[in-house]
Ligand binder design. Sequence first.
Ligand code: NAD
Length: 556
Amino acid sequence: MSNPRTVRAARGLTLSAKGWQQEAALRMFHNNLDPEVAEHPEDLVVYGGTGKAARDWRSFDRITASLRDLEGDETLLVQSGRPVGIMRTHEWAPRVLLANSNLVGDWANWPEFRRLEAEGLTMYGQMTAGSWIYIGTQGILQGTYETFAAVAAKLGSKKHSGATLAGTITLTAGLGGMGGAQPLAVTMNDGVAIVVECDGSRIDRRIEHRYLDVRARNLDEALELAVRARDERRPLSIGLLGNAAEVFPELLSRGAPIDIVTDQTSAHDPLAYLPAGVAFEDWKDLAAAKPEEFTVRARESMAAHVEAMVGFLDAGAEVFDYGNSIRDEAREGGFTRAFDFPGFVPAYIRPLFCEGKGPFRWAALSGDPADIARTDQAVLDLFPENDHLTKWIRMAQERVAFQGLPARICWLGQGERAAAGQRFNELVASGEISAPLAIGRDHLDTGSVASPYRETEGMKDGSDAIADWPLLNALVNTASGASWVSIHHGGGVGMGRSIHAGQVSVADGTELAAAKLRRVLTNDPAMGVIRHVDAGYEDAERVADAHGIRVPMKEG
Ligand code: NAD
């Protein structure tokens, strides 16, 4: 039930739990529901449509009390946002184990999930909502920045210009928790973006957080602003209030000069996508009253939306799916060419995954931005030869407004993550950083997810839907000393379409933390390297060799 209470993570050095490992879980859990961080904290919804941090407010209170009471050799078990047990384990074991939204294969669909959710038996955990390591829109900003940089490189090589989006217009939709990163990622790459969003309050929020530059009054003004900025090669992001299923076809029929097209509406859940012809104010009531009819209408609209995207593709634009399942929903809605454009992982990200590269992130449990500044410097010192990383850290320092506990993200690969974790722990030990850090990552990572429409789309050996990998990933992180480990189903792309795992490890400055971090931050990305070796990627084999990662099938 909706509850207006305000949750915010504690700051400073005073613990309300019995150790920093437990305190870290408590602060990150509460941080997920900070109004600065969460999209709808009153409903415990963090991001991604209905991704929640706890099942209900009573579960929230019992998780909070359990973490405060938990000993350093005990483990709290959380089943879809509800604390269900506390067990004696040992100090190397995670303090929390979480399993969210998992359903047996044949039952793994939205209607069955919703039935169970309505009965109070489960909740949707998305990726970092139910696993307590969401850090606001910055979390996705780095990945989005990387993706648009890769698009720029591809367009640059086509047009023989540099790796920048200067002089191009990107069209996309959705300014929610994830999608809100798009305008800033485009302007960081020097491009112009038009972002269609049907909820005016999301547009205002992104402007307030400096992720979006301006709000156009109408489509004509949006186009005018975009073309002028493009011609001046000036970065600009423009929010446009409207329904993407109507605006995209309208722009196509006008022959708008769009170079790049994607989308980040909450298409993975048809009830979280506003169909054309439904007033924004009626959305929630209609979806709740007639979910099946609403689903049909949403899918029809997605078909029109994707048809326009394919129209832009035919007209020569660079078009990609941004991980929200809109192609499959559009196919369900009757549009047969929905898969004419690729997902962003096979198009741009897989080579990074082969190197064990993925979204490494950390949060300062002190609440002090100076601690993040110190870690930024540590990353710059550790990897001075990495220009791309340096550019990102400097831009993030300048452009990213922290939401909730100060945090940072950057993509690091095999060897790099362990080095950064060790260094961070030393800085906590020496007092250069004032309190411990929570070091985690998205579930969208190299070896932690099976998701055939996204992270594992088009694997070389056809193993897209094999979900043993994320399960092994969770097990190996549990065995290596992570502070909390999670296994989820359905994140990003919806029920029945993904299985994924997460880990968070706390750098509290102790020798024990150093030993755990060394193992976790080596083994976690190594799962991605071996997953890609197994699928036949030569780049991954090279990385495995360079880092001494043992792959028995390659040894004999
Ligand atoms: P969100 O629910 O916070 O935001 C979605 C936004 O889309 C909302 O603001 C909503 O008003 C808007 N919207 C819905 N229907 C619309 C329509 N017809 N026209 C215009 N706007 C419309 O979700 P989010 O956290 O921003 O995630 C967006 C999608 O991206 C989800 O499907 C999510 O699963 C997926 N996702 C992608 C990645 C990635 O790496 N690419 C990672 C995580 C999630």
